[in-house]
Design a protein around this ligand. Sequence first.
Ligand SMILES: [Zn+2]
Length: 355
Amino acid sequence: MQTRIFNIINSKGCKFTASFLFLACNLQSASAEFLPKAAIDTNEIPEITISGKDQDNTPLPCYKLTEDTYFLYGNIAEIDDKNRGFNGNAGFIVTRDGVVAIDSLGSPLLGRRLLATIRHVTDKPVRYLIITHNHPDHSYGAIAFSKIPGIRIIGHEGTLAYLSSPNFQDSVDFRNTLIKKDMQGFKGIDPDILISGKRYDHQTISLGGKTFDIYNLGQHHSYGDLLVHQKEDRLLWISDLAFNNRSTYMGDGHSVQVLESIDWMRKQFPDIQLMVPGHGSAQTAPFPMVGNTYQYVKRLRDEMKKAVNGNEDLASAVKNSDFTDWHGVRLYDENHKKNANFIYLEQEQEAFSTH
Ligand SMILES: [Zn+2]
């Protein structure tokens, strides 16, 4: 194994080690057209080509964020022939007593390759998989983890509703068309441990000297969203509460909860050093991705509220919505009109329920 170390110094002078694991076998097979040299505080975006012909035991490119925390930095795009579901992030932490994985990538094949990546780094048992939310790009690799003896899979209680929803079936059908072979053996996974209770409640897991507080963040982006505080490292896995290097997507969830949850997170964790989002590079304080996502959602909520109050119809409000300063940001063109449509309908509902 050849390892290159890059040191990142952020504006506050904190030094992070972003060591980049070049694994001999993944260099030939990952077919990366471009891999950023670091994965913290960068706008560089990986361009990795996943082949349906790759073997299950082929590791994926992987970055080291701290001494024991590893990060898989996915492409930023909708699912396509090239990323085959590696269009979101995942990670894992190697503790004294075993491994905690966070998210499982977007297909059973990628789940197996994520496991192969873990195996390339350590032979310690994988004890937990935390699924931050149930969108396909984060959860469809979980089937590979479910076969590990003794593993506990942790998910939001909303997972159960998602697995019996039409959204779930539609996304599985779509993937079976696009990446049939990679989806072979797919099954939705009921978590062993459900995170439930009131919004912002948490459960704690401790393993090998590390503490993970897993918070219920309600349904800001999906049927149920989690946030993981990796306490000793002052690190937050924020899932899709904020997006880096791309625009947000509102298709499930509740935009008002996005704003509330960001406000809560800022108050709850004032001394966090590093945030790892579900999409885009990891980031150090002052976490511009959080402010950017907040401003985008708030602005679109204000705009759609004005449209609803002014009796502008849905089609024209969506057509007229255009944030020119977001042009050129990845997935803006694909998502903005859909977001406007979603938030217009929310605002209509909110206006209706306050009368
Ligand atoms: Zn996502």
